[in-house]
Ligand binder design. Structure first.
Ligand code: AMP
Ligand code: TRP
Length: 331
């Protein structure tokens, strides 16, 4: 490979509302890593359409994600920021990988099982079933070494590794086998009103998530109303899922250890924790929100930045795709 810096790839779907979980589970870590690596951060619009989307809303959400990427601190000088659907190599490599992926292994993906179960497996789109193979194509196309994601993507990442190895074994060394980067804090933020559920973009309950674009007072209100556990001690433990979640968010947003925060709140009440946590979240999020809205005021600028990113991404993608095609006997 011609580059000496190792590559990072990750992406977020432009659907629903980007939330605190996306921020601490993914974005914040991307920003922290960007100096060390060669970075590709994608807006995975082809993944978003595996469930029905309103075209007008989708168009808006794509810009919103781009604005949030930049507002969070991703620097277009150091990161290639682009839309998946603008680099058709993703879809083509997905097909090639479809031919080495196995029906059985896709059937075992828990995200597919969960989503298909909710809507009915019979009417789930074939795209939803194939979702992890497209994700593998995203990563392998850039020969990414590292993939910073939240805990929910661990199984998908494992499949990407399996597909890379299988292709390499069948056709000769072609792809880098990627590694997931999943941090100890913030990798699985739970719903504020139901701490047994993951905080999710597609939740119909606004009280369950803090959106990156929520106003400070909305954030304060949502955290104040977050569910708590019985008892009054502020400790992270399996029998206190709600307080554990609040402590985890606190740790991820402040960069401090859960044990330190627990010590600070010895003898204090849930209300004290929530009040301070709200301020920590507001302080971290308000500048991102303000900057994102500023950027959204100039959609043409965002679009042109994304086009530029797609041009750069395509250059790298074409090399790998050509390699894979040649290995298969297609070139
Ligand atoms: P998605 O919202 O599915 O597009 O996910 C984009 C990124 O955010 C992925 O890296 C996910 O693992 C991460 N993510 C999504 N939800 C959460 C959550 N509740 N907690 C932590 N990370 C999350
Ligand atoms: N499936 C990921 C999610 O929903 C998004 C995604 C698509 C992704 N392609 C990727 C993440 C490649 C990392 C690398 O969270």
């Amino acid at each position: 490979m011609q580059d000496h810096k190792r590559r990072v790839f990750s992406g977020i779907q432009p659907s629903g509302n980007l939330h605190l979980g996306n921020y601490v589970g993914a974005l914040k870590n991307w920003v922290a890593m960007q100096n060390e690596y060669e970075n590709y951060f994608c807006i995975v619009d082809l993944h978003a359409i595996t469930v029905p989307q309103d075209p007008k809303v989708l168009r808006q959400k794509i810009r919103e994600v781009a604005a949030i990427y930049l507002a969070s601190g991703l620097d277009p000088e150091r990161c290639v920021i682009f839309r998946q659907s603008k680099v058709s190599e993703h879809a083509e490599l997905c097909w090639l990988l479809n031919c080495v992926a196995r029906f059985g292994e896709l059937q075992r993906m828990t995200q597919f099982k969960d989503k298909a179960q909710k809507g009915g497996a019979d009417v789930a789109s074939a795209g939803l079933f194939d979702y992890p193979v497209l994700m593998a194509a995203d990563i392998l196309l850039y020969n990414a070494h590292l993939v910073p994601v939240g805990e929910d993507q661990r199984q998908h990442l494992e499949l990407s590794r399996v597909l890379a190895r299988r292709f390499n074994n069948l056709y000769g060394e072609t792809f880098v086998v990627p590694e997931a980067i999943i941090l100890d804090t913030g990798a699985r933020v739970m719903a504020l009103d139901a701490p047994e559920e993951k905080m999710s973009k597609s939740s119909p309950r606004p009280a369950s998530f803090v959106s990156i674009l929520d106003e400070p007072d909305t954030i304060r209100k949502k955290i104040r109303r977050a569910k708590t556990d019985s008892g009054s001690e502020i400790t992270a433990s399996p029998d206190k899922p709600a307080i554990t979640n609040l402590l985890d968010i606190y740790a991820a947003m402040s960069g401090r250890k859960v044990s330190e925060i627990e010590a600070d709140y010895e003898g204090k009440g849930y209300g004290d924790l929530k009040k301070d946590l709200a301020e920590v979240v507001v302080e971290g999020m308000a500048p991102v929100r303000d900057r994102a809205y500023e950027l959204l005021d100039d959609p043409a600028e965002l679009d042109s930045l994304l086009d530029l990113g797609a041009d750069k991404a395509r250059e790298a993608a074409q090399l790998t795709l050509h390699d894979a095609r040649a290995r298969l006997g297609l070139d």
